[in-house]
Structure formats: C-alpha cells, structure tokens
Design a protein around this ligand. Sequence first.
Ligand code: SAM
Length: 235
Amino acid sequence: MLPEGEEKVTAVRAMFDAIAPRYDLVNRIMTFGLDVRWRRRAVRALDAGPGATVVDLACGTGDLCRDLASAGFRPVGVDLSLGMLRHARTDAPLVEADALRLPVADGSVDAAVSGFALRNFVALEPVLDELARVVRPGGRIALLDVATPANPVLRAGHHVYFGRVVPRIGGALSDPAAYRYLPRSVAYLPPPDTMLAMIGTAGFGAVRREMLTGGIAQLLVGTRLVTTAAGRSGP
Ligand SMILES: C[S@@+](CC[C@H](N)C(=O)[O-])C[C@H]1O[C@@H](n2cnc3c(N)ncnc32)[C@H](O)[C@@H]1O
C-alpha cells in the first residue's frame, strides 16, 4: 500500500533526506543523462523574458535552478527535504517549505517549474492552486514528470527497465526502499486528461502535454489566465 496524507509527507521527506547524497548520480545513471535534457526542455517551454523570477517547486538538489540561471532567469528553489537542499549545487536562494504553502506573495513570480515531483505531493489540485496563486497572469508553468509510453513495445521495455532494473541500480548505489518506491509511485499520477483538466481548473490556459523520449517522460505546460471580476479571460 502506498502512503497517503500526512503519512505520505513524512515518508517522502524521510526518503529524500536519505537518498540526497547520491540522488544526482543515480538520476544520471538510470536515465542515461536524459533527465538533463528534459529539464532544459522544461526551462525553454517557459518562454520567459530575461531576468524572469521563476519558482522551482520541489527543487531537490537544484538541477532546474542551475538550468534556469544559465538561461538568464532568477530562480528560487523550494523543497520539503532539508537533506536535498543541503546537497543542492546552485547559487539560487533556497527555501525549506511545503508546495502546499509557498512562502511567496500572490502574483509575484513570472513562472514556475517542477521536476519529477508531482507524484510525491499529497494531492495535485491544491499544489496547482498554489501555483496559480503565485504566478502572475500571463506567466507559464512547466511541470515535468515520468510517464508510461503509449507504444506497446516501448511500454513493455520500459516496464522491465523502470520496474526491475532501476530499483536494482538505485538499490546498489543508494537506498533500496526508495528506489523500489520510485516505479510504484507512478500510480499516484492521475490519467493525462485528468491532469490537463486539473491544470485548467486551477486557472491556466493553453494547457498542453508534451511527451519526451518516446513517452518515458512528460512535460505539462500552462499559461496563467487573467482573472477578472467577471471570471477568467485569456492568457
Ligand atoms: C524526485 S525529486 C526531484 C528533485 C528535482 N526537482 C529534480 O528535478 O531532480 C522530488 C522532490 O520533491 C520534493 N517534495 C516532495 N513533496 C514535496 C512537498 N510537498 N513540498 C515541497 N517539496 C516536496 C522532495 O523533497 C524531492 O526533493
């Protein structure tokens, strides 16, 4: 059984505290370095102007913060796990906080990104509502996570690699329980259409899903709508 509610928050924080020292190494090995390419794609999808302030939600060890800074933006990283933040390699300001309660003023950031964290939140809707609160109208969000390929052959290969090989690699190099949890945690992700609808309901328009590397990862993008007294209008 996968944990839920407060039990999940406690388990997720403890797990990332434990795997933090070798998190980057295991990521690079198990994705053959593709995770680096996916994060850069997410940063490009923001289409933000130079100097834009971008929240990196669940920033972990700061990979996206570094990519954001290289692209000329001003990242701010937020994460629940102090262990992950202590191992971060970035000059960006980092804050220990829950994605459900961002210490950021309403409409005060130009954009937000998140890398491989959606499965780890207790619930997606309140996190999306929180993103809609902090991102200014017209600003974009770009959310990355793992996915399951639609092609049956790729799906079968991915099932073996992600379900059996990845836990062995992670178990050998880091914490076995954490890397057994990784393939199981995909079950937390709602179906793609539901996720797109949730993003729309939270207050984002032009919502789209981009499949990466044959569908083993996905990028969800949306633009914060302008909210008027009469309701929501266009981005
Ligand atoms: C798989 S790691 C991803 C780290 C980084 N974004 C990356 O691209 O490598 C997931 C991160 O989500 C963080 N996290 C999980 N639940 C969170 C929450 N409720 N609020 C903030 N961070 C959270 C974990 O501490 C962990 O650092």
